[in-house]
Design a protein around this ligand. Structure first.
Ligand SMILES: Cc1ncc(COP(=O)(O)O)c(C=O)c1O
Ligand SMILES: N[C@@H](CCOP(=O)(O)O)C(=O)O
Length: 469
């Protein structure tokens, strides 16, 4: 299996190189050269299989033989053993034909754990085989950072730098990032938004000298392996509701477009899906784009679903590449326009192709609070604000087929917002006992590429020297 960049000007790489590369050298994102497919019999068989069994069947074709099957199986088993729920990603019914897919049973109570637990093991494995270390940088609006820190803390071959927007993450999210106590972890509060932090991360990747000097790697969903691991739960949930005989739809609370792109990837692998519904909060650039064809940034608004307070949705580029017939030059033009003028127009044919599968909707703050209250009253089920955005939008897209809304975080990660919405206290599970009392350790930097590069360089070089001594 080989991977190509959405911008068509980076080397074609195999799985292990793509895993370590993160972003492609031309600034694009890697996608598989061809999509592997699973037969209807294989998908049918997922109904009675364990999560790790499905995970191996879905991911093995993407690894392309670069990791031995036995090693891949072992790493998958270890990753999902960190999820106390036996199903890993269980379904809960909240209405006629409407289900929540709970993806928050991992160590940091958000869907990011599903991929991150595996990526840390895959990276360690590849780095050990190559006898080298890596510097990992990541931008977070709150959940990716905690999940990455939980997965990479204490690993000898990686130093992890996580940039989060100062004052714009929930207190639980912040503590998950700032209390690990691990020597190889650096949590950095950036004076800016998530988009600023993500721009800095991309700036580091687009600086070849810096990239090579620190052996840069990334764990945001720009990294193909993140998407790969997130494809699995589309298959497990659909199969348990009757796939491939029965079509299903998914609604996905969306920010960086990684999670819903994994759903698109599942359809390319043969999963019958009627609709993929993009659910946005007040930061509705994607909903506006699907409506009008114009992708136009207009400033980030702080909401009660802070992890989705994003304007530059990195993975939308992957969809533009696929839906536009893999026209890398076209993608380059759109991304240049985004960079220069803050927007671009999706070509009419590409937009029409996207609309054959995707729909979109927005849930504003009041709508989201109302959804939390109503679902609690009707079903006694407590939603986190991100999932509530999804549920609210999904309800406008219900049809005859089962609708699966991805439940992306545990409500206790956002207790203030939940309490404000419905008056209910959401308590953290025992795994998080004492979290809010632990001492925090983080640094604060301006939202400037050079300041962050200086910070990362000094610490990663010191760590590399220490490891070599
Ligand atoms: C809780 C939660 N829900 C939804 C999202 C949006 O997912 P994506 O960025 O993959 O679109 C995020 C962060 O990205 C998140 O942390
Ligand atoms: N919501 C995310 C933003 C980063 O998204 P990623 O999936 O690209 O890592 C977060 O919580 O950090």
């Amino acid at each position: 299996m080989k991977y190509v960049s959405t911008r068509g000007e980076a080397p074609v790489l195999g799985f292990a190189d793509v895993l370590l590369a993160g972003l492609a050298a031309d600034g694009g994102l890697y996608v598989p050269e061809t999509w592997p497919t699973l037969s209807p019999e294989t998908i049918r068989g997922f109904a009675g299989a364990s999560y790790p069994e499905v995970a191996f069947a879905v991911m093995q074709p993407f690894v392309g033989g670069e990791i031995k099957d036995a090693d891949l199986k072992r790493m998958i088993a270890e990753s999902y053993a960190t999820f106390p729920h036996p199903a890993v990603a269980p379904l809960v019914q909240i209405g006629p034909r409407h289900f929540c897919l709970e993806l928050f049973h991992g160590p940091t109570l958000a869907f990011k754990d599903v991929a991150m637990q595996l990526i840390a093991r895959l990276m360690d494995h590849v780095l050990a085989e190559r006898g080298r270390r890596a510097t990992i940088v990541g931008a977070t609006s709150g959940d990716t950072g905690g999940a990455a820190i939980a997965a990479f803390a204490g690993r000898a071959r990686t130093d992890l730098f996580i940039l989060f927007p100062n004052g714009r993450v929930s207190p639980v999210q912040q503590r998950q990032m700032t209390t690990s106590g691990a020597d190889n972890v650096y949590a950095v509060a950036i004076d800016g938004t998530f988009d600023d932090a993500q721009g800095i991360v991309k700036g580091m990747f687009n600086d070849p000298r810096f990239r090579d000097r620190v052996a840069l790697s990334g764990v945001n969903s720009i990294n193909w392996a993140r998407i790969m691991a997130q494809i699995v739960y589309y298959f497990t949930s659909a199969a348990s509701l009757g796939s491939p005989e029965r079509e299903v739809s998914f609604t996905v609370p969306t920010g960086n477009f990684g999670d819903i792109f994994a759903g698109y990837a599942a359809t390319r692998m043969g999963l019958p899906v009627k609709r993929l519904v993009v659910a946005t909060n007040a930061n509705d650039i994607l909903a506006r784009c699907l409506d009008t064809g114009r992708y136009e940034t207009n400033g980030v608004e702080a909401t009660m679903s802070p992890s989705m307070d994003i304007q530059v949705s990195s993975n939308f580029e992957r969809l533009l590449f696929e839906a536009g017939g893999r026209d890398a030059a076209g993608v380059r033009r759109m991304m240049a326009s985004l960079w220069q003028s803050g927007g671009f127009t999706v070509p009419a044919e590409t937009l029409a192709s996207i609309r054959t599968l995707f729909a979109a909707g927005r849930s504003g703050e009041e709508d989201t609070a109302r959804t939390i209250r109503r679902i609690l009253d009707d079903t006694s089920y407590l939603l986190d604000p991100h999932t509530a955005v999804g549920v609210g939008v999904a309800e406008r897209h219900l049809g005859d087929e089962p609708m699966i809304t991805l439940s992306t975080a545990h409500p206790a990660k956002f207790p203030e917002a939940v309490k404000r919405a419905c008056g209910r206290d959401a308590s953290l599970p025992v795994s998080h006992e004492g979290l809010m009392e632990r001492a925090e350790q983080f640094d604060r930097l301006p939202a400037e590429l050079s300041a962050v590069q200086t910070y990362v360089l000094a610490r990663s070089q010191a760590a590399a020297k220490g490891a070599a001594a």
